[in-house]
Design a protein around this ligand. Structure first.
Ligand SMILES: Cc1cc2nc3c(=O)[nH]c(=O)nc-3n(C[C@H](O)[C@H](O)[C@H](O)COP(=O)(O)OP(=O)(O)OC[C@H]3O[C@@H](n4cnc5c(N)ncnc54)[C@H](O)[C@@H]3O)c2cc1C
Length: 445
């Protein structure tokens, strides 16, 4: 196998290269300028990975370290999808709560799965430390804040999580939460000291760099257009290349197309939005007085954090089944920000963007083997930073015969997403959550 290494961008400048990513905070603050060629000719490998987000990259690194020859094909740029444009929150858990997981698999397996989600956080932390990815800029602490009085429920759920999982969680009464976040909205909070926030695009690109250093072949601008998965050797085609591999792994997330119908039918693409404010350190500090990130517990809640040395806010929120962008994402999100912090009414938005997440109906990741040699690892929803790390790890362990931990996800298979009916149901569920959240908040005033 010929393995091409990184090639410099034509102008060799970060600015030129960042243009092939969507315009967002992360592409504006890229730390390095490597690019990868597009795939051409016939290539043989042990494993072909389709999709270069954090799920595919984590698996690629693990498999390369385990001595497999790996080809990774990415339709656009490394971590171009959700992985390189998200909120950057890395915390334990899944897109659905422990009680929902328990209902499907019982308390013991639910706890095992939760522990895997915690291991996912440690995998990301470990990569940053071991590979010295300073440009991932990790900052400790995520606060979960609530906008209503939980009447003791938040404190007891904190105690339970500490007891069962040994998490480092600090309960924040109203005075403390509002000392950190100067908003009249918040009533209580819990600070997760083991969670952190970071620059996911720089992180993803560093994983790619390391995989290539160890021998993986990574190709950008190499969309997979067809596959033949019947024989013992699988064939994966891009416009200019044919990859012949013993095993294929699909990690195409919310951008999954029609190449593998079983995957396409099993997920709903859900959009969510983020904005970056202008540089305004004093104004920003009048609202947010901590380096910890915050998310509120509403199911359609806001999540935000300071970036750029505390001088700007990166604010995310809203989810929708509408996959085309609304005309003014910035105005939509800005309204949420100013309702929470009236003192920020003069703060301007510099850029706003959207991204697609992949959700299964059961809200859990889909990880497993479709048939011998054909694997999938997707549907991480809005909680992908830790779960892509553990998903990519357990699927790689399964592919290389190191473990069968991926089977813990078997109860959450590729169930039909419901197509357009699933979309309508998801949107209705979201609106009903919004209404329930608003009612709960209203009752506690
Ligand atoms: C705006 C936003 C904010 C979020 N905030 C957070 C957060 O703060 N914390 C958190 O934990 N999670 C967050 N998430 C969720 C998280 O980003 C995702 O769950 C995670 O990144 C999914 O990773 P992935 O590798 O599965 O998919 P992606 O990162 O989407 O990667 C899939 C890749 O596959 C490629 N691809 C698709 N089809 C093909 C093909 N035919 N051939 C080749 N390549 C193909 C795509 O180009 C894409 O790069 C957020 C998501 C969004 C959109």
């Amino acid at each position: 196998m010929t393995i091409p290494g990184p090639v410099p961008p034509p102008s060799n400048s970060l600015e030129a290269m960042s243009q092939s990513y969507i315009d967002c905070y992360y592409s504006r603050t890229l730390a390095t300028s490597e690019t990868y060629p597009s795939a051409g000719g016939r290539i043989a490998a042990d494993v072909c990975i389709v999709g270069g987000g954090l799920a595919g990259l984590t698996a690629a690194l693990h498999l390369t370290r385990a001595g497999r020859s790996v080809v990774l094909l990415e339709a656009q740029r490394i971590a171009w999808g959700a992985s390189g444009r998200n909120g950057g929150f890395v915390s334990a858990g899944y897109a659905t709560g422990l009680s929902n997981i328990e209902r499907r698999v019982g308390p013991d397996q639910a706890r095992e799965l939760y522990r895997l989600s915690m291991e996912g956080v440690e995998i990301v932390r470990g990569h940053i430390a071991d590979l010295k990815i300073a440009e991932a800029q990790p900052v400790s602490g995520i606060v979960k804040a609530v906008r209503y009085d939980t009447r003791g429920a938040m404190r007891s759920s904190r105690d339970k999580q500490e007891r069962e999982f040994g998490m480092r969680l600090r309960y924040l009464p109203r005075e403390e939460v509002t000392a950190m976040f100067a908003s009249p909205k918040y009533r209580e909070g819990v600070l997760d000291e083991g969670a952190f926030h970071f620059h996911p695009l720089n992180y993803g690109r560093a994983l790619a760099r390391e995989a290539v250093r160890l021998g993986a072949a990574i190709f950008e601008n190499s969309a997979v257009v067809s596959v033949d998965l019947e024989g013992a050797r699988k064939r994966v085609k891009t416009r200019d290349a044919e990859i012949d591999a013993e095993q294929v792994l699909f990690t195409t997330g919310g951008y999954t197309g029609a190449v593998l119908p079983a995957l396409k039918k099993a997920f709903l693409p859900i959009a969510t939005y983020v904005l970056l404010t202008e540089h305004a350190p004093d104004l920003v500090r009048s609202a947010i007085r901590t380096t910890a990130a915050v998310l509120d517990d509403r199911r359609a809640g806001d999540y935000y954090r300071l970036v750029d040395g505390g001088s700007r806010i990166l604010w995310g929120g809203r989810i929708t089944t509408r996959t085309t962008d609304p005309r003014d994402i910035a105005a939509l999100l800005r309204r949420e920000m100013v309702t929470t912090y009236p003192q920020l009414s003069a703060l301007k938005v510099e850029v706003a963007w959207s991204g697609l997440m992949s959700y299964a109906r059961h809200l859990m990741p889909q990880i497993g083997q479709l048939r011998p040699g054909v694997w999938f690892c997707t549907a991480f929803g809005g909680h992908g930073m830790n779960t892509t790390a553990i998903g990519g790890t357990v699927v790689a362990e399964g592919m290389s015969g190191e473990s069968d931990r991926y089977k813990l996800f078997a109860p959450f298979g590729l169930t039909w997403s419901g197509g357009v009916f699933g979309k309508a149901a998801a949107q209705l569920t979201y609106w009903s959550y919004q209404a329930a959240d608003a009612a709960r908040e209203y009752r506690s005033h």
